[in-house]
Design a protein around this ligand. Structure first.
Ligand SMILES: [Zn+2]
Length: 1091
C-alpha cells in the first residue's frame, strides 16, 4: 500500500526558521512577562531581551535561553478581548484573537537536549527535571545522536499473578528431537510481517516545492530581539492582510532572522513589527506562532499541498484553512473506506479502523480493537529505534468493553479442577500463541519459549499443519479474547466469591433536601432497582442492595423482607466507623421490595425539616467498606454528596483552593489529593473490592481532587452537577445514574499484562491501584474504563517472531463467579521506521499523551509538561521526515499518513482545562476532567480532544444527519444552528440570523429573541425538524458513557464563551494556539531538528 506522506507547503514554511520566539532570558518571574512570544513566531514575536539578564542556568553557553512557554501567563487578555471582538464569520480565526498569548516552547537546541530524555513516559521529578547537559555540536544532529536510553532496569522475573497451583513439569522426557516443531503456524501468527519495501516512493504526495528552499541560517539561533512590539492586544488589524503578504513570505527577509541572539531584528522582518518602542519586557502580544499565519491572507491559493506559486514570492494570500489536515475529513475517509465492514483479527500487526468508524469485529485470534488498541501496531525492533522516533509504545486496554449485539460475546472456557492451563515459567494463559509440538504432547510458550507438558486431559493430536485438531472448538486456541472459569485458587482466602452488593448512600443535609435531590433520587431508585445488572442469562440480579443516609452522622436501614417497616439505626460516632447491623442491611431487592419502597417513600419526609448543613465523607466510605467486609463480598458505593466535608470526623477538609498558584511551580498542588486517611481508605477499598462512584452536587469548591481520590483508585466514576436544580439538571443526573447502575462491570479485579520476550509493560495509567509494579488492581472495572499500558524494550525484538501481549483480568462476575478474562494481541516488529509510522494509531497516541501528561502535572510544572508535548510532537514528525520521507524541500511539511491530524490532537490537549493554566478555570473542574481522562478509553479521548460539531440547519427532511464540520468558528454561520458534543458537554448553538422557521420548529417560538435561556431541553414538538434534532441528541446521549447536559446558546450571548472553548482549531479562550499556528510552530521545530 502506498503510504503517502502528507505533503504540504504551507506558506508559513517559507519563513526562515528564526526561533525568535524565545525571548526573555531571565528568571521565571521575568519570563512570565516575556513569554508572550508564541511558538517561535518568527516575524513579530521577537521579544526584547531585557538587558542585564543573564542566560538561564539551564542553557549552555551559546545556547538559546530556555523556553518561555508560559503562554498562559496571568495577564492574558484574550478572555476579555474575545467576546468583544466578535469576528465576522468567514474570516480566518486568527485575525480575531490578536490578544492571545501563545506558547513559546524551548529553543530547538535545548529541545534537542531535552528530547533525549523527554519521553513522556519518563515524567518524573528526578532526572527529567534536571537541566539538560550542555549542548555539544552533536545536538545539531539530534536524531542521529539518540540520548542514552531511558529504559528502566530489566524486569525481574515476573512472579505468578494469582498464585495458581503450580504444576512442575513432570512429563516424560522429550521424545524426538527437541523443539523440532515448526515455527508458530497458527492463524494469528500467520500474517507475514508487514515488511513492504521501504518507503518506495510513498512520501511525496505533492509536487516538489518549486520555490527556493529557505535560505536562512539554522533556526537554532537565539531569540530575535526585534524592535519592541508596541502592539497591544487589540492590535489585531495590523496582523491581518497586507503585512503578511509581503516579502517576508517569500523567504528572503527572513533570512536574517535566524541569526544568533539578540541582534535587533530588522524592522519589518516579519511584516509585523510596529514602529515605536515598547516598554522593555512588555509582553509580546502577538499571539500567533508564525507571523504570516496571523492574518488572513485573502485568496491565498491552494496553500497546502504543493502549490508552488507561493514560494515564488509574490504576494502571499490568505492561507486556506481547508488546506491543513482535517480531522473530520480523516474520520469521513476512514468511514467511507472501512465503515460497515467486517474487521477480522487474523493478521498480526493489523491496523484496525479508526475508533470513530463503524465496523464489525470478527475475532480470529487477536483481541478486538474494542478491547485493545495500540499506539502503533509495528513495534520497533530495538530500543534504539524506539528512542530515535520517540513514538510512545503503548496499549490502551478496555477489558470490559461493550460488544455490540451483532458480535459474538466472549466464550467461557472451563478447564475443570486444575484451572486454566498456563505456562509453567511465565504463567501466560493458554492462547493461540502456544505452539504445540511433539505430536501434541507438549507446547512451547509464545511469550517465554518455555516448553511445557500438555496435561493428559488436554491432550489432542495435531494435524498435518502441526495444529491441534480441536483448534476451532477451543476458544483459547483460536480466539483473541475469551474467559476461563477460575478455581478456588483464584479466590480470596480460597473461598468462593459472592455476588457483589450496591450500597446507596445519600447525603440528606440541607442542600440536598432543599434542591429536591433526595426526593428525586428516592423516586428514581424505585424503578432503577428493577434494572440492576444481571449475569448473562440470569432471570434476576444477584446484586444485593443496601441504604444509608447521612449528614454529619450516619443512618443505616434494616430492610429485611420480613419487616413491615424499615428500621433505622444511627451511628453518630464517626471516628471509629462500624456497621450497626449485619442481618437485613444488604438484601435481595426483589425479596425486600416492599420494605425498600416504604423506606424510599419515607426518606424525603424524614429529613424534610433538616437544618443540618455539615457533612462527613470518609466515614461514609468506611461504613460502606465495613458493610462489604462483613458480608464478605465486593461491591460498589453510590454516594450522592453535596458539599465539602467540614464536620469533625476523619477526612475533614478545608478550603485549600488557591488560584494564585496557577502558573506557578506550585500549581501541581491543586491537583494533588491530600494524603493520609484518603490514601489509606483507597487501599482498604481495593482490598475489599469496593468501588466508589461519587455523585457530587457542589455549590462551591469541594476539593474534588481529594474527594475523588478513592473513586479514582477503585475503578469508580465521579459525576459533578454544579448548582444542581431538579428542573434543569434532574434528567441529566438520572441519565448518568441509570447508565452507571446498569453498566456491565466486574469486581475485585486484578490485571496482569504479559508480553513476549524483548519488551514489557512498564507503566499503567487508569482508575487503578498499584501495590507493586506489575499487578493492576481495580476494585471494579466497568465497560467504559480503560487502562493505558506503556511498553518498553528489554531487548531486541525480532521481525520474524513479532511481539505478543496478553492481558489477563481476574475478576468476580455480577453473579459471584470468579473468572479470568484474557485478551491477546500480536504485533509486528520492524526495523524500518516507515513501517512503524504507517501502523500508528493517532487516536491511541492522543490517549497515551493525554494520560501521561495528566499524570505528569501532579509532579511537574504545567509549563514543562506542555513543552514536552510540543517537543515530542515535533520530534516524532521530524524523525519521520528524516528517515521515512523522500528528500524534498525543507519548506514542505510532511506528515505520516497515519498521523496527519496528530498535531491537532496535541494542540487541543494542551488547551484542555487541566493543562491550560488559567486562573479563570475552577480548580475542581480541572481536577475533575483530569481524573476522568485518566480512566478513558481511546474513543472517549478522541471525542474529548476533537468534539463533533454538527450542522443542523441543512438537515432537509428525511436526510441523514449532516456530516460534522471542523471545530472552528470559521465553520459556523450566522444563519445556522449547530450541535457540539465532546462526551462531557453538549451545546446547541444558534446563529443570530437563524431562520425563524427553524426557531419555530425547534422551540415553538416566533424568534430567537423570545428564547429564554438557560434552557437544557428541547420541547417535544411534532414536526420533522424537531423530531430529527431530538433523535440526534438522544442517540448521542445513548452512545456516550456519560450523560451530557444540553446547553442552548445564542450567538453573542454571554454563555457562548462556554461553547467556544470547544472550537479546538481556534485559539484557546484561556490560552493556547490555534491549530494553524501550532502547525506552523511544529513545522518550524521540525526544520530545526533537521538542520
Ligand atoms: Zn511462558
Amino acid at each position: 500500500m502506498s503510504q503517502q506522506g502528507y505533503v504540504a507547503t504551507p506558506p508559513f514554511s517559507q519563513a526562515p526558521p528564526g526561533m525568535g520566539g524565545f525571548h526573555g532570558p531571565g528568571g521565571p518571574n521575568q519570563q512570565q512577562h516575556h513569554l508572550y512570544g508564541h511558538y517561535g513566531g518568527q516575524p513579530q514575536g521577537f521579544a526584547v531581551p531585557p538587558t542585564g539578564l543573564k542566560a538561564p542556568v539551564s542553557s549552555a553557553p551559546g545556547m538559546p535561553p530556555p523556553s518561555v512557554s508560559n503562554q498562559y501567563a496571568p495577564n492574558v487578555q484574550q478572555n476579555g478581548a474575545h467576546p468583544q471582538r466578535y469576528p465576522a464569520y468567514g474570516h480566518p480565526p486568527q485575525s480575531q484573537f490578536q490578544s492571545m498569548t501563545s506558547q513559546a516552547p524551548p529553543p530547538a537546541q535545548q529541545l534537542t537536549n531535552q528530547m533525549s530524555a523527554m519521553n513522556l513516559g519518563n515524567y518524573a521529578p528526578g532526572p527529567m527535571q534536571s537541566p539538560p547537559p550542555p549542548a555539544s555540536p552533536a545536538t545539531q544532529h539530534p536524531l542521529q545522536n539518540p540520548p542514552p536510553p531511558a529504559m528502566g532496569p530489566h524486569s525481574p522475573q515476573m512472579s505468578a499473578l494469582m498464585t495458581p497451583p503450580q504444576s512442575p513439569p513432570t512429563g516424560p522426557p522429550m521424545a524426538g528431537p527437541p523443539m523440532a516443531g515448526p515455527p508458530m503456524a497458527g492463524p494469528p501468527m500467520a500474517g507475514p510481517p508487514m515488511a513492504g519495501p521501504p518507503m518506495a516512493g510513498h512520501q511525496m504526495a505533492g509536487p516538489p516545492m518549486a520555490g527556493p528552499p529557505m535560505a536562512g541560517p539554522p533556526m537554532a539561533g537565539p531569540p530575535m530581539a526585534g524592535p519592541p512590539m508596541a502592539r497591544g492586544p487589540m492590535a489585531g488589524p495590523q496582523m491581518t492582510g497586507a503585512p503578511m503578504a509581503g516579502p517576508p513570505m517569500a523567504g528572503d527577509p527572513m533570512a536574517g532572522m535566524g541569526r544568533p541572539f539578540p541582534g535587533p531584528s530588522p524592522p519589518g522582518a516579519g511584516g509585523f513589527q510596529q514602529p515605536g518602542p515598547a516598554p522593555a519586557g512588555y509582553p509580546q502580544q502577538l499571539g500567533q506562532f508564525g507571523g504570516q499565519m496571523g492574518g488572513p491572507q485573502p485568496g491565498y491559493p491552494g496553500a497546502f499541498p504543493g502549490a508552488a506559486a507561493q514560494m515564488a514570492g509574490p504576494p502571499q494570500k490568505k492561507l486556506d484553512p481547508d488546506s491543513i489536515p482535517s480531522t473530520t475529513q480523516v474520520i469521513e475517509d476512514d468511514q467511507a473506506k472501512r465503515g460497515g465492514q467486517v474487521y477480522t483479527t487474523n493478521l498480526r500487526g493489523q491496523v484496525p479502523p479508526l475508533v470513530t468508524t463503524d465496523f464489525t469485529v470478527q475475532d480470529q485470534g487477536n483481541a478486538s480493537p474494542r478491547f485493545m488498541r495500540c499506539t502503533t501496531y509495528s513495534l520497533p525492533c530495538t530500543a534504539d529505534l524506539a528512542k530515535q522516533c520517540q513514538v510512545p509504545l503503548a496499549a490502551i486496554i478496555k477489558p470490559f468493553a461493550n460488544v455490540p449485539k451483532n458480535e459474538t460475546p466472549l466464550c467461557v472456557v472451563n478447564h475443570g479442577e486444575t484451572g486454566p492451563i498456563r505456562c509453567n515459567r511465565c504463567k501466560a494463559y493458554m492462547c493461540p500463541y502456544m505452539q504445540f509440538i511433539d505430536g501434541g504432547r507438549r507446547y512451547q510458550c509464545g511469550f517465554c519459549s518455555c516448553v511445557n507438558e500438555v496435561p493428559a486431559f488436554y491432550f489432542q493430536h495435531l494435524d498435518h499443519m502441526g495444529r491441534r485438531v480441536d483448534f476451532y472448538e477451543r476458544p483459547e486456541l483460536s480466539l483473541g479474547s475469551y474467559e476461563f472459569s477460575a478455581t478456588l485458587d483464584y479466590c480470596k482466602n480460597n473461598k468462593p466469591a459472592s455476588p457483589p452488593a450496591y450500597i446507596f448512600m445519600m447525603d440528606v443535609s440541607y442542600t440536598n433536601i432543599k434542591s429536591g435531590l433526595v426526593n428525586l433520587l428516592c423516586g428514581e431508585l424505585k424503578t432503577l432497582l428493577e434494572r440492576l445488572p444481571r449475569e448473562g442469562g440470569a432471570e434476576s440480579s444477584s446484586v444485593r442492595v443496601g441504604f444509608v443516609t447521612y449528614n454529619k452522622i450516619l443512618h443505616f436501614y434494616n430492610v429485611k423482607s420480613a419487616l413491615a417497616q424499615p428500621q433505622m439505626m444511627v451511628v453518630s460516632d464517626t471516628a471509629e466507623m462500624f456497621v450497626p447491623l449485619l442481618d437485613g442491611f444488604l438484601v435481595d431487592y426483589q425479596d425486600s421490595r416492599a420494605v425498600i419502597h416504604n423506606l424510599l417513600d419515607q426518606i424525603p419526609d424524614m429529613f424534610a425539616d433538616t437544618n443540618e448543613s455539615e457533612t462527613v465523607f470518609v466515614p461514609v466510605i468506611q461504613a460502606g467498606v465495613e458493610a462489604l467486609k462483613a458480608a464478605e463480598c465486593s461491591g460498589k458505593l453510590f454516594i450522592f454528596h453535596s458539599s465539602m466535608p467540614t464536620a469533625e470526623a476523619p477526612g475533614k477538609l478545608r478550603n485549600r483552593d488557591d488560584r494564585k498558584l496557577v502558573n506557578t511551580d506550585k500549581e501541581k498542588t491543586l491537583f494533588q489529593p491530600l494524603k493520609g486517611v484518603y490514601e489509606q481508605l483507597s487501599k482498604e477499598c481495593v482490598l475489599q473490592g469496593c468501588s466508589v462512584d461519587l455523585f457530587l452536587f457542589p455549590n462551591q469548591f469541594v476539593d474534588l481532587a481529594t474527594m475523588a481520590d478513592v473513586p479514582s483508585h477503585t475503578g469508580g466514576s465521579v459525576y459533578k452537577y454544579n448548582n444542581f436544580q431538579v428542573e434543569t439538571d434532574g434528567q441529566h443526573l438520572l441519565r448518568d445514574l441509570r447508565k452507571d447502575v446498569e453498566k456491565n462491570i466486574g469486581f475485585d479485579a486484578i490485571m496482569r499484562v504479559r508480553t513476549s520476550t524483548g519488551f514489557r509493560a512498564t507503566d499503567f495509567f487508569g482508575a487503578v491501584h498499584m501495590n507493586n509494579t506489575t499487578d493492576v488492581e481495580m476494585a471494579a472495572v466497568d465497560c467504559d474504563k480503560a487502562v493505558t499500558v506503556e511498553l518498553k524494550h528489554d531487548d531486541a525484538l525480532s521481525e520474524e517472531a513479532g511481539a505478543l501481549i496478553q492481558c489477563a483480568l481476574l475478576y468476580t462476575t455480577l453473579g459471584g463467579q470468579r473468572r479470568l478474562r484474557i485478551h491477546n494481541l500480536s504485533l509486528n516488529c520492524v526495523l524500518q521506521l516507515s513501517e512503524l509510522y504507517k501502523s500508528c494509531d493517532t487516536d491511541a497516541l492522543a490517549n497515551f499523551f493525554a494520560k501521561s501528561a495528566y499524570r505528569a502535572i501532579l509532579s511537574q510544572p504545567l509549563k514543562s509538561v506542555r513543552e514536552i508535548l510540543v517537543n515530542q510532537t515535533a520530534h516524532m514528525l521530524a524523525c519521520y521526515r528524516k528517515h521515512c520521507a523522500s528528500p524534498s524541500a525543507a519548506s514542505q511539511l510532511i506528515l505520516p499518513d497515519a498521523m496527519k491530524v496528530f498535531p491537532v490532537y496535541m494542540n487541543s490537549l494542551m488547551k484542555t482545562a487541566p493543562l491550560v493554566g488559567s486562573a479563570e478555570l475552577q480548580t475542581d473542574e480541572r481536577a475533575h476532567l483530569r481524573l476522568a481522562v485518566m480512566a478513558m478509553g481511546v474513543e472517549d479521548t478522541q471525542l474529548l480532544l476533537y468534539p463533533r460539531l454538527i450542522p443542523l440547519h441543512n438537515m432537509a427532511a428525511g436526510e441523514e444527519e449532516a456530516a460534522p464540520v471542523r471545530c472552528s468558528e470559521e465553520r459556523l454561520s450566522e444563519g445556522g444552528a449547530f450541535l457540539l458534543e465532546n462526551g462531557q458537554s453538549m451545546f446547541l448553538w444558534l446563529g443570530q440570523a437563524v431562520p425563524p422557521d427553524l426557531v419555530q420548529d425547534l422551540f415553538n417560538l416566533p424568534s430567537l429573541a423570545h428564547l429564554q435561556t438557560p434552557l437544557s431541553v428541547l420541547p417535544e414538538l411534532d414536526n420533522p425538524q424537531s423530531q430529527r434534532v431530538r433523535a440526534l441528541i438522544g442517540s448521542l446521549l445513548l452512545k456516550r458513557p456519560n450523560s451530557m447536559k444540553l446547553q442552548i446558546v445564542r450567538q453573542k450571548d454571554k454563555p457562548e464563551v462556554l461553547f467556544r472553548q470547544f472550537l479546538v482549531e481556534d485559539k484557546g479562550l484561556h490560552g493556547g494556539a490555534s491549530y494553524m499556528d501550532f502547525l506552523c510552530y511544529v513545522h518550524r521545530e521540525i526544520r530545526q531538528l533537521l538542520t
